[in-house]
Design a protein around this ligand. Structure first.
Ligand code: PBG
Length: 329
């Protein structure tokens, strides 16, 4: 049957009808809110390139967590800005490290019962050179050495799990890190700690503002030898397959909006829970347009999030989490 018997517009006549036939939903529990923890007390330092995002001392982070829990968010993703940095990033696995301290405080708060605390596992915020693994310098420049990085990442994951992380999320893109982390967690009595692996992570310009927020910009070179080339879809599927074989429980895809096809393809291929990270640059560019009055803030925000869910992500890491939930209520 075609026109005039068929009229697609019949089901678009009212908001009630549109709501009834809507295919994709966005719920507060689908959203994960990133927090950047820093030393001190009462610190709430704005990140210049990300309006509405702050570096928070632990006491402030607990207040943020309580708000986020009251809004019904799915969880928090924690990053740390340590007091000091060194060549190996030893602050990442320090028992008294910034995220470890934050986890203990958050665990003791009422908020922790209501959602999931996810700890990002990486070295770039903790290394003086800003790379995600061990750097070896030679005559022809430098390289990020894969295998020696694994033990450090595994140690970091164990330390975060022991401090109270419900989930650990490796974002470094070293080969073999999921297997190394799984083995270390199991050996340390953390067999029940799930791994959310950033399995499909592209070397992206859209991480720019994050590097200001987390003070993690590489001091030389770039991340192209470990993060994926943005042109590659098949390679992303191999990365995911390998991480699942090594024991990843869930996978995270990133960035989100410029890579919706990668999310869709992974959704069709893999039966595991899958998240997508609407990264800093995606957030900042929308904000810049909101500030200029070029885009309708509320509509553009929700449309960006629905598009990521429609592509196939079960949950979304987003700096819009709190604002978006207010619009859903
Ligand atoms: C750490 C890490 C990064 C992001 C998440 N974890 C930065 C990077 O890889 O350079 C980016 C998140 C964002 O842009 O919001 N490796």
């Amino acid at each position: 049957m075609t026109f005039p018997a068929t009229r697609m517009r019949r089901l678009r006549q009212s908001e009630q009808l549109r709501a009834l036939v809507r295919e994709t939903a966005l719920a507060p529990g689908d959203l994960i809110y990133p927090l950047f923890l820093c030393p001190g007390k009462g610190v709430r330092k704005p990140v210049g390139s990300m309006p509405g995002v702050f570096n928070l001392s632990v006491d402030e982070a607990v207040r943020e967590a309580e708000q986020a829990a009251a809004l019904g968010l799915g969880g928090l993703l924690l990053f740390g800005l340590p007091e000091g940095k060194d060549e190996t990033g030893s602050g990442a696995w320090d028992e008294k490290g910034i995220v470890q301290l934050g986890l203990r405080a958050l665990k003791a708060s009422a908020a922790a019962q209501k959602f999931v605390l996810i700890a990002d596992v990486c070295l770039c915020e903790y290394t003086s050179h800003g790379h995600c693994g061990v750097v070896v310098k030679g005559d022809e420049g430098f390289s990020v050495d894969n295998d020696p990085s694994l033990a450090l990442l595994a140690r970091t994951a164990v330390s975060l799990a022991q401090a109270g992380a419900d989930v650990v999320a490796p974002s470094d893109m070293m080969d073999g890190r999921v297997g190394a982390i799984r083995k270390a967690l199991d050996g340390a009595g953390c067999a029940n700690t799930p791994i959310l692996s950033y399995a499909s992570k592209f070397a992206s310009a859209f991480y720019g503002p994050f590097r200001e927020a987390a003070d993690s910009a590489p001091q030389f070179g770039d991340r192209k030898t470990y993060q994926m080339d943005g042109a590659n879809l098949r390679e992303a599927m191999r990365e995911i397959e390998l991480d699942l074989e090594e024991g990843a429980d869930m996978i995270l895809m990133k960035p989100a909006m410029p890579y919706l096809d990668v999310i869709r393809t992974a959704r069709e291929r893999f039966g595991v829970p899958m998240g997508a990270y609407q990264v800093s640059g995606e957030y900042s560019m929308l904000h810049a347009a909101f500030e200029k009055g070029w885009l309708d803030r509320d509509r553009a925000m929700l449309e960006s999030l629905i598009s990521i869910r429609r592509a196939g992500a079960d949950f979304i890491v987003t700096y819009f989490a709190k604002e978006a939930v207010r619009l859903l209520q």
